[in-house]
Write a protein that binds this ligand. Structure first.
Ligand SMILES: [Zn+2]
Length: 283
C-alpha cells in the first residue's frame, strides 16, 4: 500500500506532466472504484487547466481552473503512469492499454496520465476547491507530519493520558495524518521506543523526540523517491514505487542496526498488523 513518501513521489512525478497544463481529454472507463465516480467526471475534467497539485496526507489534490479540485487516493494497489514526449523527466512512448486502466488523462502537452488500479480501492472525487479540506475523507485528519502545526506540544498533548500502544497512537490519523505501518515501525526504532509501550506512559521528552524522527524518516524516504524519479532506469514511467532500505520494517531475524545494540529485529502483530522492532534497544 502506498504510504506518504510514495504518494509525495507520485505528486512530484505528475508535476511536469500536469501542472499548468490543460486536460485535453479525460476518459473514464468504469463507473467508479472504491466508490462511484462523481457524476459527469470526464466532462468536468476535460478542457480544464490544472493550476496546481497539492498533497494532504495520502491524497493528491489537483486544483482546476473550473473551481473544482480532483481528489485522488491510490488505495491499496493504485498506480500512476506518465507517458508521452516532451516532459523533461519522462520520455516514454505510450504503452499498450492495460486491463485495469480506469482513468486516462490526455494532457494538452502530449503527456498521458493513466490511473491503473487492479484491486479498485482507489478513490477519485471532485469537490469545490474552497471546500476541499472539508471533504469527508480529509475533514478529520490531524496535522501534516511535515507541516508546522505538527510539533512537540501537539504530540505531547495528544499522547497525554492515552492508554493505547504508541504504535496505534501514531497510526491514528487524527493525531498525525498520513503515517502508515512501515514508517511508524521505522520511527519507533529510530527513537528507541517499543511499539507496545502505552502512549500516555512515555515521558514528554521522549515523545518530543518523535517529531524530528518522523520528519527525518519521511524526508529520507521522499528523497529516495525523488532519486527514483531521476533514475532513467525507471523505464516504465510508473511513479511512486521505489527501493528504500528500512532499519526495522520487514527485517525480522536480522541484527539490529543501532550502533552497539547487538539485538535482533523481531515481529509481533498489533491490531492485525505486523510490528517490527528490537526488544533490546526499544523500550
Ligand atoms: Zn536494537
Amino acid at each position: 500500500m502506498p504510504e506518504l513518501p510514495e504518494v509525495e513521489t507520485v505528486r512530484r512525478g505528475l508535476l511536469p506532466a500536469m501542472e499548468n497544463t490543460v486536460i485535453a481529454e479525460a476518459r473514464v472507463n468504469r463507473e467508479g472504484l472504491r466508490w462511484p465516480f462523481p457524476p459527469g467526471m470526464a466532462e468536468r475534467l476535460t478542457g480544464k487547466r490544472v493550476l496546481g497539485l497539492r498533497r494532504r496526507s495520502k491524497y493528491i489534490l489537483a486544483d482546476l481552473d473550473s473551481g473544482e479540485t480532483l481528489l485522488i487516493h491510490l488505495g491499496m494497489s493504485g498506480r500512476m503512469r506518465v507517458s508521452g514526449e516532451g516532459l523533461g523527466l519522462f520520455h516514454h512512448a505510450h504503452p499498450a492499454p492495460e486491463k485495469h486502466d480506469h482513468v486516462v488523462l490526455e494532457m494538452a502537452s502530449g503527456a498521458r496520465v493513466t490511473f491503473n488500479d487492479a484491486r479498485r480501492f482507489g478513490v477519485m472525487d471532485l469537490v469545490a476547491t474552497g471546500e476541499a479540506e472539508a471533504h469527508r475523507l480529509l475533514a478529520e485528519l490531524g496535522p501534516e507530519p511535515l507541516g508546522n502545526s505538527f510539533n512537540e506540544d501537539h504530540l505531547v498533548a495528544a499522547f497525554r493520558g492515552r492508554n493505547t500502544p504508541v504504535k496505534a497512537a501514531l497510526l491514528d490519523q487524527r493525531i498525525v495524518a498520513g503515517l502508515g505501518n512501515i514508517y511508524v515501525c521505522e520511527v519507533l526504532h529510530r527513537t528507541g521506543i517499543s511499539p507496545v509501550r502505552k502512549a500516555g506512559k512515555i515521558g514528554a521528552a521522549r515523545v518530543a523526540r518523535l517529531v524530528p524522527a518522523i520528519r527525518e524518516v519521511l524526508g529520507e524516504a521522499i528523497e529516495a523517491g525523488g532519486s527514483s524519479l531521476r533514475d532513467h532506469r525507471q523505464a516504465s514511467g510508473e511513479l511512486g514505487y521505489f527501493q528504500h532500505r528500512f532499519a526495522a520494517y520487514d527485517r525480522e531475524g536480522h541484527p539490529c542496526s543501532t550502533p552497539g545494540c547487538g539485538g535482533t529485529i523481531r515481529r509481533i502483530v498489533q491490531s492485525g498488523r505486523s510490528s517490527f522492532y528490537c526488544g533490546t534497544c526499544q523500550r
